[in-house]
Design a protein around this ligand. Sequence first.
Ligand SMILES: Nc1ncnc2c1ncn2[C@@H]1O[C@H](COP(=O)(O)OP(=O)(O)OP(=O)(O)O)[C@@H](O)[C@H]1O
Ligand SMILES: CCCC(=O)O
Length: 353
Amino acid sequence: MKILVINPGSTSTKIAVYENETPLLIRNIKHTTEELAAFPRIIDQFEFRKNLVLKALESEKIPFDFDAIIGRGGLLKPIPGGVYEVNDVMLDDIIHAMRNHACNLGCLIASELSLLLPGCRAFIADPGVVDELEDVARITGSPLMPKITIWHALNQRAIARRFAKEQRTKYEDLDLIVCHLGGGISVAVHRHGRAIDANNALDGSGPFSPERAGTLPAGQLIDLCHSGRFTNDELKKRISGRAGLAAHLGTTDIPTVIRSIEAGDHHAKLILDAMIYNIAKEIGAAATVLYGKTDAILLTGGIAHSDYVISRLKERISFIAPVYVYPGEDELEALALNALGALRGELPIQVYK
Ligand SMILES: Nc1ncnc2c1ncn2[C@@H]1O[C@H](COP(=O)(O)OP(=O)(O)OP(=O)(O)O)[C@@H](O)[C@H]1O
Ligand SMILES: CCCC(=O)O
């Protein structure tokens, strides 16, 4: 069976072609800020990114012939994890999505390309809106604003399953805290295979990150909203996109920040150390969800490549449970395996409503 995988990120479009479990092509197409600046909204990048996928296949001489195309799912309504067939309800929700994120393009491109091939199916799996929260985790101090989660469900679950396999056990038998350290940072509690708590890494809660503000003081935020200093869109960008390290230091690039620190920049050190401090606090809070009985803490995402960040984080969290580090992400393979499992009837194909 042949699968095309499409994972649109904020600065890249990653694609892969799998023949059963074997990767035939893995390609990371990077986009410059200038290239993307030409598009007012992320959804406007649809044709551009779709054509790049087609060109990459052509240049690698991969025939356009697939049993399924799977995209990294978008910011839909909250849904349980798993594989979903792309349908009209999903496409309509994505086109009218309240939150901008490059992953919204995943199901749109998968759907459009699948229509070119009779019998080819379009899927998404474990989108960022996967919601398996316990009821108690959903309640906030205002009934107007129940907690929502937006997190790196796909990569977290893939890494958790990889860890379980390495330990010769099942993901469903473990109690884990998984932290994805990327442009956004998510911390989730996986209790016996269910993510019973996770933050909203995009625009809600948790530690600040290279691009995101994380939890903010609510009163000050309301004042800022009414200050007349910013439009609605500008303020949203100051929460997600131009927040966190980008706002404090003008870069989201950890190696650049570390070079500044090594050159004696005390402010850069203060901000990066504050980010690490906040991540550690979120992981500490997650340990209470498991009553302190955590089998392991897994750290993943691009920042997990950084010894500076990981060593300081470990100093604060190692008392909770053994810490394992998985730099980068496994999203392309996770998507491919989800599509294969769905086609083979090994995984249920869920219907988005
Ligand atoms: N080798 C490295 N050493 C240190 N930091 C790195 C390295 N590679 C990437 N990073 C950092 O990882 C972050 C990006 O991580 P990642 O690629 O997982 O995120 P993304 O895909 O852009 O966004 P997200 O994971 O939130 O969807 C950036 O802050 C980047 O500077
Ligand atoms: C689903 C992705 C969340 C994030 O980018 O922060």
